[in-house]
Structures are given as structure tokens and as C-alpha cells.
Design a protein around this ligand. Structure first.
Ligand code: SAH
Ligand code: SF4
Ligand code: F3S
Length: 474
């Protein structure tokens, strides 16, 4: 049994869940014997890094339950960890489910579960129960760690289990996880969000902001490092407000300083940074650190101060650009990336041009661009000024062009330089190459073999292809 959990002092809830894993394991082992083959489970993940991390926990539990993990949706158990941040995330799930109903008819033993952010929306659950009646388990974001218990109830009762919570105070990092990469890992430092940007559903489906204690976080990272992890990504919707509500007064920058001291840990990343809370203290700590990666994901959302106010982002265009200046002065060569929404209700041509202006001035290495998606229950869903879909589409295309143009001017700065690269795997398209990441999170492809995977090596950057690079081992 390869679990981090074995290194931890187990609390009561953990004990209880481990017991459910043992019980399910007995049933799964018996079924496998009857069928003369292993039972398989597939976890399909939509959405952000929070969901990716949750899926690692779900997979860890399923493995302890006796399932063999696979990426194939013909598996005996399929679990969808869903995202609802934009409408198309929801549509993708319904598309996948439509497909599964046929499989379920052929194999009534097949189990189908839905969890994650969509399941926190009452109208979604109603739709799932009504129109997708073949689902076996529906649970949300707050009780991911109870998968074994929910699965056990489903197996014993033979009926669908729906178990959605409104909040939860138990942090459950003590259960087994199945990491995607042996050498790097996400680490939740906080859950939820209190910012209530008017377009965003996350505070409603992930609940109020809660920080884990620095001791718990460091304990977890030390365990990960013992298990071969060299790079951690500290996860939170707004890491810059870390510490709120904890007994001990601690800022995100101070947490980073403590994490830096962990021997054997080589790289520290974090996301996401809300511009309104990014402190000078953080900039200073980053500037003075050799382990903290020189990359900040700093979502802009819009370049128009008027729209930013309507989004409840609590910074202006000017404040954002000033912040970018301060960061660049203190950390030369830093990579900045961003998120931008086009077509927020009431966005005019002038507002949109302000966004283009920031893209021209900020020097982003890359930007994730989204068309505004109306989310039921958010304040912006009630804003009446709607912009014509064709106009939004045209703006979106113009934004993409501008992002490409602006990033082409900065991303070439690494060509000819030798950079440390953490090798993540064999290149998907060409097996003579390996693929890794520079400290700024940009991808580099270079000639090499499997023995480099998990190593940090020096690579000379020979060519920039926009959002990725080619290089040679030095
Ligand atoms: N906590 C992060 C964002 C998490 S959601 C932050 O504050 O930056 C990831 C991205 O999805 C957001 O940055 C935003 O650009 C986009 N997004 C969120 N809600 C959206 C919506 N209703 N329509 C379009 N894009 C949205
Ligand atoms: Fe959503 Fe804003 Fe919270 Fe980010 S900070 S998760 S955009 S409400
Ligand atoms: Fe999506 Fe939930 Fe993340 S809505 S973006 S998976 S927090």
C-alpha cells in the first residue's frame, strides 16, 4: 500500500473512511472473482487544478477500494468530477452522460457517479435525477473524502445515493491519494472563495474561504517530499488572502518562507493570485527566493475600470498596471499570465479597447481568454445590458490576435539562454523528445529519454514557438 496516509496520524473520520474502503474492497474483490477479471474505475476530471487535486484523492480512494484505475469510460465504475464555471463545462458533461446511458443498458452492473462543482447546484441535481436517472451516485465538493462511504451505501442499498452538503469544516488531506506525477503535486492551502466577483459561480459551489494551518500544510509537503515530490503547486482561489480566520496571524508570504525551508523541496508554485491582495511583502519574498518560481498568474478579467467595478474585482486598470510594474521591477524576467473575459454585460467597444490596451502594456507571456458565460445565481446574471453575440465573438477574435502579438514580443526573451527544466515525460507526438517545464511554467521540448523524467536539467532554449519552446540538453 503506497499511501501518504500511512505516514499520518489518523483521525477518527479518516479511520472511519478507511474502514469503508476495506468494506468496499471486500465486495469488489468478490465481484472480481466472479467475473474472473479485475474491476476497473475511471475518473474523468473537468475544470481547474482544485478539481484535478480532488480527483487524485478520488483515485486514491478507489484504488484502496480494490479498483484498477483506467482512463477508459467503459470501466466498471465511471466518476465525473465536474466544473460549472462556464456553460460549456456543463454541456460537456451532459454530452458524456448521453453516451453512457447506452453502456449502462448493456451492463446494468456499471456504476456512474457525478461529483464536484455542478453537483452543488440544486437545478443541476434535479436535472440529473430526472433526465439522467441511470446515475448511481451524486455528491458535491464538500464530501469528496466520503466516496468510499457513499459507494458502500450504493452497493448495499442498490439505489441511487445523492449526498450534497452546504459546507464542511473537516479538512481531509489524510486519506490516500493517487498522484498524476510522482515528482510534483498540488497542495490545497485553502478552500472556497469570499470574493464574489459578480460573474463567478465558484463562491456558491465551493463555499466560504477557509485556510489550512501552516503546520498541516508543511506536514503534508514534508510527506510528499519524502515520497519523491520536488515541486509543489500551492492551490487556492485567492492565495494572497491566505491566513484569514486562522488563530495564528500569518500571511501568504510568511507561509511561503516557511515552506521554502523544507529540505529536498526544489520548486514552489502557487495559483491563483487576486491582484487586489497581492502584497509588496509577497513580491519581496519571491524576489529573494531561489525556490519560488518566477511566475505569477494574475487574472485581469477586464482592462476597463468601469467593468472591473461592475465585476466587483476591487482594483482599477491603473492599479493593475502599477502592480505589474512593481512586480517586474523587483523580479526581472518574471512571467506573468492572465485570464480575460470578453462580453461581460454592458461591455462597450471603449471598455473592450481598454482591455486590449492592458494586453499591449502588461507583457503577458500568455493569457486564457473566455467569452462571458451567464451563471444562474450570480449577480451578473441579473444585469440587463446584454451585448450582441456576434459583436462578442468578433471582440474575442481580436483579443486572441492581440494576445498572440503581445506575447510574441516577450516570449522570445529566453532564446539562447540556459534554463533549468523539470522533465515531465516523453513528448506525446515525438518519442525522441522529452517535455518539461521551466520555472515560469512554460513548456520545453528537447531530445532525451525516459531516464530524464522527474529530473531537473539544464536546457539551452533554441527556438520559441509562441507558447512553447524547443531546446537542447546542456
Ligand atoms: N479564483 C480565480 C479564478 C477561478 S475561475 C481568480 O479570481 O482569478 C477561472 C477563470 O474563469 C476566471 O479567472 C475567469 O476568467 C473565468 N470565469 C469565471 N467565471 C466566468 C464566467 N461566468 N464566464 C466566463 N469566464 C468566467
Ligand atoms: Fe471567482 Fe472571483 Fe473567487 Fe476567483 S476570486 S473564484 S473569479 S469569485
Ligand atoms: Fe470549475 Fe469548480 Fe474549478 S466550477 S473552475 S472546477 S472550482
Amino acid at each position: 500500500m503506497n499511501s501518504e496516509a500511512d505516514n499520518y496520524e489518523l483521525n477518527n473520520e479518516t479511520e472511519k473512511q478507511l474502514e469503508f474502503m476495506r468494506l468496499v474492497n471486500e465486495i469488489v474483490t468478490k465481484k472480481a472473482k466472479e467475473k474472473g477479471r479485475d474491476l476497473t474505475a475511471c475518473v474523468v476530471t473537468f475544470g481547474c487544478q482544485m478539481n484535478e487535486r480532488d480527483s487524485e484523492k478520488l483515485k486514491g480512494i478507489l484504488e484502496k477500494c480494490g479498483y484498477v484505475l483506467t482512463d477508459d469510460e467503459t470501466a466498471d465504475l465511471v466518476l465525473y468530477n465536474t466544473c460549472t464555471v462556464r456553460e460549456n463545462a456543463n454541456l460537456r458533461l451532459y454530452g458524456r452522460l448521453g453516451h453512457l446511458s447506452g453502456m449502462k443498458k448493456k451492463d446494468p452492473d456499471k456504476l456512474i457517479g457525478i461529483c464536484g462543482c455542478m453537483a452543488q447546484e440544486p437545478d443541476v441535481v434535479e436535472k440529473l435525477e430526472k433526465s439522467y436517472g441511470f446515475t448511481d451516485m451524486i455528491f458535491g465538493t464538500f464530501n469528496v473524502y466520503k466516496l468510499a462511504e457513499i459507494l458502500y451505501s450504493r452497493l448495499m442499498s442498490g439505489t441511487r445515493i445523492t449526498d450534497i452538503w452546504e459546507s464542511n469544516d473537516t479538512f481531509t488531506e489524510l486519506l490516500p491519494t493517487k498522484r498524476k506525477y510522482p515528482f510534483k503535486s498540488g497542495v490545497n492551502i485553502m478552500y472556497g472563495c469570499d470574493n464574489f466577483c459578480t460573474f463567478c459561480i465558484v463562491p456558491y459551489v465551493r463555499g466560504r474561504e477557509k485556510s489550512r494551518t501552516p503546520e498541516d500544510i508543511i506536514f503534508e509537503i514534508e510527506g510528499l517530499v519524502r515520497d519523491g515530490v520536488r515541486e509543489v503547486m500551492l492551490l487556492g482561489q485567492n492565495v494572497n488572502s491566505y491566513g484569514k480566520g486562522l488563530e495564528e496571524h500569518i500571511t501568504f508570504a510568511q507561509l511561503l518562507k516557511r515552506i521554502e525551508k523544507i529540505d529536498g523541496l526544489e520548486r514552489i508554485r502557487f495559483m491563483t493570485s487576486h491582484p487586489k491582495d497581492l502584497s509588496d511583502e509577497l513580491i519581496e519574498v519571491m524576489a529573494g527566493s531561489s525556490k519560488i518560481c518566477d511566475h505569477i498568474h494574475l487574472p485581469l478579467q477586464s482592462g476597463s475600470s468601469r467593468i472591473l467595478e461592475r465585476m466587483n474585482r476591487r482594483y482599477s486598470k491603473e492599479a493593475y498596471l502599477e502592480l505589474v510594474d512593481r512586480i517586474r521591477t523587483a523580479i526581472p524576467g518574471v512571467s506573468l499570465t492572465t485570464d480575460i473575459i470578453v462580453g461581460f454585460p454592458g461591455e462597450t467597444e471603449e471598455d473592450f479597447e481598454e482591455t486590449l490596451d492592458v494586453v499591449r502594456k502588461a507583457g503577458f507571456d500568455s493569457a486564457y481568454t473566455f467569452i462571458y458565460s451567464k451563471r444562474t445565481g450570480t449577480p451578473a446574471a441579473k444585469f440587463e445590458e446584454q451585448t450582441d453575440a456576434a459583436v462578442i465573438k468578433a471582440r474575442f477574435e481580436r483579443l486572441l490576435e492581440e494576445v498572440k502579438r503581445a506575447s510574441a514580443q516577450v516570449t522570445d526573451r529566453f532564446t539562447g539562454k540556459v534554463m533549468p527544466v523539470l522533465v515531465e515525460g516523453i513528448n506525446e507526438h515525438d518519442e525522441t523528445l522529452v517535455t518539461g517545464r521551466m520555472t515560469n511554467n512554460m513548456l520545453v521540448h528537447f531530445p532525451g529519454g525516459a531516464k530524464l523524467v522527474g529530473e531537473i536539467v539544464d536546457v539551452e532554449i533554441t527556438e520559441c514557438r509562441g507558447f512553447y519552446y524547443f531546446g537542447e540538453l546542456r
